[in-house]
Design a protein around this ligand. Structure first.
Ligand SMILES: [Zn+2]
Length: 234
């Protein structure tokens, strides 16, 4: 049993686009040679090219799901629950609303706009994860991976860790498959990879599956966030 509580290494960098907001970066703790795969399920459907690959090669991963996505993908939620040994489920919010209070939109998405709305988004998503999977989430990642500073403080006060990343594999599932595959295959020990598992209609998912196969072939050790950053017990 691991007794050491490792605090997530979150480096806060200012964004050039929204000077007041921050885009947290996350890497695995120093010395951890694993790679963490994290997937966002924002809305829409499930990308079985990715899910099938994870299950076939028994690759553990952390999935960030919204309540909105869970409502539309009940069968997939049941499949994830049936593979609880592989999949850690964390909170991507209730309705995929960015945790930003100081700008009306970010990347074209309307933001929460106020702290009560951020709170509703975080707690609504957490309740949905707990109800579906029987385990309360520990990590939160908002819709834009970008946060206003007051929202970061609020989310911490609500008891959640903010899940950044160090390697953006698919840029919102917008990249060509070959590019995505190359980016994932080039992951370094300690990287936290972000990709999307909710766009089966786009080419990017083929690249995600291919990139994972390349890492598996290299003997990469994959780690979920709950294993990399254990919560203290007792
Ligand atoms: Zn999302």
């Amino acid at each position: 049993m691991r007794s050491l509580f490792l605090v997530p290494l979150v480096v806060l960098a200012t964004s050039p686009a929204l000077a007041g907001d921050i885009e947290p970066r996350l890497k695995l703790p120093a010395g951890d040679r694993s790679v963490a795969l994290t997937f966002d399920a924002c809305s829409g459907a499930v990308d079985n090219r990715i899910l099938d690959e994870l299950i076939a090669d028994r690759v553990p991963a952390t999935l960030f799901v919204t309540h909105r996505w869970l409502k539309r993908n009940a069968a997939t939620a049941a499949l994830l629950l049936a593979h609880a040994d592989l999949f850690e489920i964390e909170n991507h919010g209730e309705n995929h609303v960015p945790a930003i209070t100081d700008a009306p939109t970010v990347f074209g998405l309307p933001t929460a706009g106020s702290l009560p709305a951020v709170s509703q988004e975080v707690l609504g998503g957490a309740a949905a994860v707990t109800a579906t999977f029987g385990r309360a989430p520990v990590w939160y990642r908002d819709a834009s991976a970008r946060y206003s500073r007051d929202a970061v403080e609020l989310i911490g006060n609500l008891g959640y860790r903010i899940a950044g990343y160090s390697l953006n594999a698919d840029v919102g599932a917008s990249l060509p498959a070959a590019t995505v595959s190359k980016r994932i295959a080039a992951a370094k020990p300690g990287d936290v990879i972000i990709a999307h598992i909710n766009h089966p209609e786009r080419p990017a998912g083929d690249g995600v599956a291919e990139g994972i196969r390349a890492l598996v072939a290299k003997g990469t050790h994959f780690e979920r966030l709950d294993a990399a950053f254990p919560v203290p017990t007792g």
